[in-house]
Write a protein that binds this ligand. Structure first.
Ligand SMILES: *Cc1c(COP(=O)(O)O)cnc(C)c1O
Length: 442
């Protein structure tokens, strides 16, 4: 019996998170025994160049020796105390240095918790009930945020989730991404009732779909005008696309997506941020950060309750502190460089094989959309027109050649600073064969 068959007997679908199953590409998921730098090793000892990076956290590559040493040292001092520690203060300070608009920070264990708490906080702050989210954005699996969600929900082709009450679903208004007219119409239709708009400031869970120029700036203005909070969900982009995430790119002017044409003013900050993935360095850790007046509404100072037995635990904070300390300019430069080289090589291989496609990027994150697109993919409806069968052929050919991609066309490729030229070349060498497979050649 394979490990997968054994897993299926004791774990629903054999996996503990649906995106890990090969649902949309077919076949059995690969079970991983260990990982190092840019490489994964399966339970049969096969080596793969990894482009999943644990779905984001592995910015420095897997099992970075300094991160592992910090976690080991922390483990020797005790796994969890249920009492405050110096490391939590240090990590909160490190987050605030990178994202000054996150004046106060609360740590939790998952991005799901962070987004759920941000929404509760927005409701507590405004006394309003409704939230607006964008179709195709993923904000974790809390009830109110599963409507038209990206990531695994998109991969499985589900409209949302069973088990969410109608009453809960009715409190989430879903609007197409990048559609300011629809947003303005929703804000008007529910005037005075919107607590918050939550967005991925560069969407990466419906495939990578960057904001149109000016979209985020107008989003900020419209939410301020109606007294709704703006929540930037940077669980995926935070500390990955740059030292302080997408917000940092917008602030530095390196990413002009914030500015309407000709507008060079710095954009006002969102009220709240959520972080996860990289900030925990591969351990279960996530965060909510934002304006002090809003954050101070959290218990024990304020009336908005939130708690966690393992929140800010010593192992996770050790991994987070060390990861952020090591994630210097050279790390981001290398990830950008590997990403750009790969995007070019993918485009070349697919064009050469005559496979219609579109490579779309936001910072170092990118997705290959298979299919004939007349323009950019700027929302979920267009992303859903991609040719998933071509992606599945491409995916399996890459896997056979020893390259592990995210097993869904709705996900970004995640690279790391540990992807040296040898690892990069192995991906590039696998591309022509996979391009031919995507085109249908045997
Ligand atoms: C991964 C992700 C989440 C959920 O985080 P978990 O740690 O998986 O709960 C939320 N928002 C975004 C944008 C994500 O990419």
């Amino acid at each position: 019996m394979s490990l997968y068959q054994r897993a299926c007997r004791v774990i629903p679908g054999g996996v503990n998170s649906p995106v890990r199953a090969f649902g949309s590409v077919g076949g059995e998921p690969v079970f991983i025994a260990r990982a190092s730098g840019p490489y994964l090793y399966d339970t049969d000892g096969r080596e793969y160049v990894d482009a999943v990076g644990s779905w984001g956290p592995a910015l420095l590559g897997h099992a970075h020796p300094e991160v592992v040493a910090a976690v080991q040292a922390a483990a020797a001092r005790g796994l969890s105390f249920g009492a405050p520690t110096a490391a939590e203060v240090e990590l909160a300070e490190a987050v605030r240095v990178r994202v000054p608009a996150a004046a106060k920070v609360r740590f939790v264990s998952t991005g799901t918790e962070a987004c759920m708490t941000a929404v509760r906080l927005a409701r507590g702050a405004t006394g309003r009930d409704l939230i607006i989210k964008f179709a195709g954005c993923y904000h974790g699996h809390s009830d109110g945020l599963l409507a038209a969600a990206g990531s695994g929900v998109a991969t499985q082709g589900l409209p949302g989730s069973a088990g969410v009450t109608e009453a809960t679903a009715a409190q989430t208004i879903v609007v197409p991404y990048n559609d300011l007219h629809a947003l303005a119409a929703a804000l008007e239709a529910y005037a005075g009732r919107i607590a918050a708009v939550i967005t991925e400031p560069a969407a990466a869970n419906m495939g990578v779909v960057p904001p149109r120029p000016g979209f985020n700036a107008l989003l900020r203005r419209l939410t301020s005008d109606v007294g709704a909070l703006l929540i930037y969900d940077e669980v995926l982009t935070g500390f990955r696309v740059g030292p302080s995430g997408w917000w940092g790119l917008e602030q530095s002017g390196g990413e002009r997506s914030n500015a309407a044409p000709g507008d060079t003013r710095p954009m006002p900050a969102p009220d709240l941020f959520t972080f996860g993935k990289v900030v925990g360095g591969g351990m279960p850790l996530a965060a909510i950060g934002g304006r002090a007046e809003v954050m101070d509404l959290l218990a024990p100072l304020g009336p908005v309750y939130q708690a966690g037995t393992l929140s800010g635990n010593p192992l996770a904070t050790a991994a987070g502190i060390t990861t952020l300390a090591l994630a210097d300019a050279a790390v981001y430069a290398r990830v950008d460089e590997v990403s750009a080289a790969l995007q070019a090589a993918i485009g070349e291989a697919l064009s050469h094989a005559g496979v219609p496609h579109l490579v779309q990027a936001a910072g170092s994150l990118f997705t290959v959309f298979f299919g004939d697109f007349s323009g950019p993919v700027h929302d979920y409806a267009i992303a859903q027109t991609q040719d998933s069968a071509a992606f599945a052929r491409f995916f399996h050919a890459m896997l056979d050649a020893g390259v592990a991609l995210p097993p869904s066309g709705y996900e970004a490729w995640f690279l790391s600073a540990a992807h040296d030229d040898a690892a990069l070349n192995r991906i590039v060498e696998a591309l022509p064969g996979a391009a031919a497979a995507a085109g249908g050649a045997r």
